[in-house]
Design a protein around this ligand. Structure first.
Ligand code: MG
Length: 208
């Protein structure tokens, strides 16, 4: 039976985001296990909901979490799109800006020393990354290009035995966009990964 989630330092429902508590608990389990093999990294910070779940897990084992986001919102977060949140729009910049929200939430959670935000495009950071990862969470852009870039750019950094988590995997197209499901299928078809667990739209795979 799955272990219960680690207690969170604040009311997670106050944090904007799209992560179910059961998914958060699964991410905590994977991060604690993966942290023994290498660094922990997530793509797609938004306002920090998943970073708080994973950060608490990292904190409990003395690890850190690198959290990558350009903080300008994904396609579906832009004005006029279904997941736009006007509170995250910075009128002076004429752009989305979720970074101040992330920083505020990490501070409130006592995770400023544990979660290390990296502001930039995932593909650019991946191209310059040198460290070995034990835990990788892909929750970035949902276009096919973005999802493939995240998969191709980051999974080579994952250590053998490390854990890959992918969010928003919807086998039924009626439930959501396909690119996260497509990289999940690509991972399984590669014979480099085996599924560890499935929790709602989260899939956790192990690098063989
Ligand atoms: Mg997501």
């Amino acid at each position: 039976m799955a272990k219960p989630p680690l207690p969170l330092p604040l009311d997670i429902d106050q944090i904007k985001g799209f992560l179910d508590p059961a998914e958060g608990a699964a991410l905590q389990r994977a991060a604690i296990e993966g942290a023994g093999l290498g660094g922990c990294l997530e793509i797609g910070a938004y306002c920090g909901k998943s970073a708080i779940y994973i950060g608490v897990a990292c904190q409990s084992v003395g690890a850190v979490l690198f959290s990558i986001d350009h903080h300008r919102g994904s396609e579906e977060n832009q004005p006029g799109w279904a997941y736009h949140d006007a509170e995250l729009w910075d009128a002076a910049q004429g752009a989305m800006d979720t970074l101040p929200h992330l920083r505020r939430n990490l501070r409130a959670a006592g995770l400023e020393e544990t979660v290390i935000p990296i502001v930039g495009r995932s593909a650019t950071v991946a191209a310059h990354w040198g460290g070995r990862l034990g835990f990788l969470f892909i929750d970035g852009g949902h276009t096919l290009e973005a999802a493939l870039n995240d998969y191709r750019g980051w999974t080579p950094h994952l250590a053998q035995g490390g854990l890959l988590a992918i969010h928003d995997v919807f086998p039924n197209p009626a439930d959501g966009g396909r690119p996260p499901f497509e990289i999940y299928q690509r991972a399984l078809a590669s014979d480099l990964f085996a599924e560890v667990e499935a929790v709602k739209s989260l899939r956790v795979l192990r690098r063989l």
